[in-house]
Write a protein that binds this ligand. Structure first.
Ligand SMILES: [Zn+2]
Length: 397
């Protein structure tokens, strides 16, 4: 049993450190300071630990403010097994989104069983649970397989932390402690971004014979995207529902009295397992080539951007079975196997050949003005994670 006061003080320490992702929000401090705290905790618990820099913020032309303050790092600890077992990773991101509109973003205040502050739920609560789990494991009987704790940078932007981690560390499975409300989550959607530019011809508004209206052209594209959205909603995955597509931003035109020369649309497609950026590229190409065939004046350019795959770990996978069994042992038979809509680093781990699941304490206020995590669920999560490591790592590799 982990003492409640110990959970609250560790979690409050994590929440009080501002670790806003500097690529997401100008002026954010990054993960340097929190990674040092985590690495120190791991060392004191008896793990081999290190703080690994992953380079500065990635956007071009960082402000002097940001380049002075932001530092990016992963904190990694290894609890060495005695050999012959399977290795398990606990992976949690140390960065948070911004704090606009929050009254006390870094208070770590506890009230009515809730601990408040930015990142308390997403996902310092899960990070604290895994830290306390590895500490308890380090004190107990030695496991056969290794346990790797990875506190990673940049999940809220481009996942540079987990990408860097994967160059050095491989385990037989991973648990990512995102807030699932203690549900064992084996699937979530992926996403892909694209930019469509329609090209018109600028002309004086009084001369329709000379002008071509790029914004009206984009209206046709938007019609095609709406039809695609309806079609995607009909093809349903058993636990994730349909894929989807929506317009994100649009801009174009010069002034009232001119035909717009260009219109730019950004779109996002959420992906189901088995779909990827080429899936969306084909769908958009189809829409655009039909529009081009129907009107020779219609001109368009397409660019596919950043993408990340969906997660789908089969329920029969050994990590899912070990985690389900451990959760049932600690929490009782009502533990559920589920799916989430939001993307996580578990998809990257899975893509690299490490079967991964999500399991973490719940609360409320993901990315919103008031965020909290339920302290009781942090405690339960820690116990389940420790039990899961005993179950998984002591089985033969
Ligand atoms: Zn998260």
């Amino acid at each position: 049993m982990i003492e409640r006061s110990r959970i609250e003080s560790l979690l409050a320490d994590l929440v009080r450190i501002e670790s806003i992702n500097p690529d997401l929000v100008e002026g954010g401090s990054g993960e340097g300071e929190i990674a040092r705290l985590v690495a120190d905790f791991l060392s004191r618990a008896g793990l081999e630990s290190s703080c690994r820099g992953i380079g500065p913020a990635s956007r071009a032309k960082p402000s002097p403010e940001r380049s002075r303050r932001a530092s990016r790092a992963n904190a990694v600890g290894i609890l060495k097994g005695s050999g012959g077992g399977r290795s398990l990773m606990f992976n949690g991101h140390l960065d948070t989104v911004g704090v606009a509109g929050m009254a006390e973003p870094f208070s770590g205040r506890v009230e009515g069983g809730r601990l408040y502050g930015r990142g308390s739920q997403d996902m310092k609560g899960g990070v604290a649970a895994a830290l306390l789990a590895v500490e308890a494991l380090a004190r107990g009987a030695r496991l056969k397989g290794d346990v790797v704790f990875a506190g990673v940078a940049d999940e809220e932007y481009e996942s540079k932390g987990t990408r860097a981690l994967l160059k050095e560390f491989r385990t037989d499975a991973a648990v990512v402690m995102e807030p699932t409300g203690l549900e064992v989550v084996t699937a979530h959607k992926g996403f892909v971004w694209a930019e469509v530019r329609t090209l018109g011809r600028a002309a004086h508004g009084s001369r329709p014979e000379e002008g071509l209206d790029a914004i009206a052209f984009m209206g046709r594209v938007l019609g095609g995207i709406e039809r695609l959205e309806n079609e995607l909603a009909r093809r349903r995955h058993p636990s994730l529902g349909g894929g989807s597509v929506h317009a994100s931003t649009i801009s174009g035109g010069q002034e009232f009295s001119s035909y717009p020369a260009e219109c730019k649309l950004r779109v996002e497609r959420r992906l189901l397992p088995g779909e990827n950026s080429q899936t969306f590229e084909r769908e958009l190409q189809q829409i655009l080539s039909e529009l081009s065939a129907a009107d020779e004046a219609f001109r368009v350019k397409l660019e596919i951007g950043y993408s990340a795959l969906a997660l789908e770990t089969p329920p029969a996978t050994s990590i899912v079975r070990a985690l389900m069994a451990s959760a049932e042992k600690v929490l009782g038979p009502e533990v559920r196997l589920g799916a989430q809509s939001f993307w996580t680093d578990a998809a990257l781990l899975s893509e690299a050949g490490i079967p991964s699941v999500l399991f973490g304490p719940g609360g409320e206020g993901l990315h919103s003005a008031e965020e909290y995590v339920l302290v009781e669920q942090v405690a339960q999560c820690a116990e389940v994670l420790a039990e899961c490591a005993r179950e998984f790592c002591n089985a033969r590799a």
